[in-house]
Design a protein around this ligand. Structure first.
Ligand code: KPL
Length: 366
């Protein structure tokens, strides 16, 4: 039986943004938010199951009528419906447990859209969730890359209202299947609903090869920007300064700034992503598009476009939460090892620093 509801796991900024866009453009499609924390679930119910987008300082656009489910302790699986369409808008490191809880409701006829930074999550789901070890029982996975900037925002009387957001920058949503063999069916409920929400989401449906390229490109950007902003404790925009002056704005030149700067990271990461892509040789256009120069240009452009932002990894460190390091820098290090390439030493040092909050020589992260 096909369930016509679109479920969204994770009510962070991306989850709220996509749910609000679906409610705006395809109001006939039911959307249910899935919560892992009882507190957030209760708050959402108590505040009228409503999501609010601030258009400008005076104008808000509220949408209500969302379903809500809680999957923490005392979750009753036997009363739950099978899930045909699931958007996962949690971070990579927060995906396995909740998807494991939902696994009995997911099967080969379900589509799971992983809308998150980094790579390696669907492989982890397939190896760690027993029911998904057999390809015959797995859902079909899609990847989503959202380049819009979204930030949280308080309500009129409540500065900490968690169900409001505002746009910090326009950007598209690229979606596409992770399996090579999957034909794109534009009339599939999830795909069609996201396409119909294009006036907000700027949805682009890509085939397997193109979504893979887009994912790896975004991963390369995040593998440079995110750990560097952590090590230098700076907003994204400071990276251009670091590149050209080998110092942060207003700071002296240091050995740390000279070593950990964008071009140094790109020189390590570039060979790994090119080898992982296995690009056909002798295509000058592709060689140019994936050269270190092109990657560095894109990194600095993205850092400029999100100049005021503190990267998600820096925010996680500042909030003392787990980071996405295993799915970003960890993926680069694993790939280099798998492909027999030279170890990306700078990335490895940053991986250790961010994962364990200290340098390999024992010096701790302050
Ligand atoms: O994806 C991001 C992140 O912080 O994770 C960027 C684009 C770098 C914006 O900060």
């Amino acid at each position: 039986m096909t369930n016509p509801t679109i479920y969204i796991l994770g009510a962070g900024n991306i989850g709220k943004y996509v749910a609000h866009a679906l409610a705006t453009h395809v109001p006939s499609v039911p959307v249910t938010l899935i919560f892992r924390k009882r507190d957030s679930f209760k708050k959402f119910i108590d505040s009228g199951r409503k999501l609010t987008r601030w258009i400008d300082d005076k104008t808000q656009d509220s949408k209500s009528g969302f379903g809500a489910e809680y999957i923490g302790q005392s979750y009753k699986l036997n009363r739950a419906m099978p899930i045909s369409n699931l958007i996962v808008a949690t971070k990579g490191q927060q995906t396995l447990d909740p998807v494991g809880i939902l696994a009995p409701r997911l099967g080969r006829n379900s589509t799971v859209l992983l809308l998150q930074n980094g790579l390696g999550v669907h492989e982890e789901l397939n190896s760690q969730i027993v029911a998904f070890r057999s390809p015959a029982n797995r859902p079909s996975y899609w990847a989503g890359i959202c380049s819009a900037g979204i930030s949280g925002r308080g309500g009129t009387n409540n500065p900490f209202c968690p169900f409001t957001f505002q746009m910090a920058g326009e950007g598209s949503l690229k979606i596409g299947p992770l399996s090579e063999n999957e034909e794109i069916d534009q009339s599939h409920l999830l795909c069609q609903s996201l396409v119909e929400s294009s006036p907000t989401l700027q949805t682009k449906v890509l085939d397997h090869r193109r979504i893979k390229l887009a994912q790896i490109r975004k991963l390369a950007m995040n593998a440079v920007i995110n750990p560097l902003t952590v090590v230098h404790k700076c907003p994204n925009g400071a990276l251009r300064h670091l590149e050209s002056r080998r110092a942060l704005p207003g700071e002296p030149v240091t050995a740390l700034a000279a070593e950990f700067r964008p071009s140094y990271m790109v020189a390590e990461i570039g060979p790994v992503v090119r080898a992982a892509l296995n690009l056909p040789s002798g295509d000058p256009k592709l060689d140019k598009a994936w050269s270190d120069e092109a990657l560095l240009r894109d990194v600095l452009r993205l850092a400029d476009a999100t100049a005021e932002n503190r990267s998600s990894m820096l925010q996680d460190i500042e909030g003392d939460r787990h980071t996405e390091i295993d799915y970003i820098t960890g993926w680069i290090i694993r790939k280099a090892r798998e492909l027999g390439l030279k170890c990306p030493r700078g990335s490895q040092k940053l991986y250790h620093y961010i994962k364990f909050r200290k340098w390999q020589n024992g010096e701790v992260l302050r």
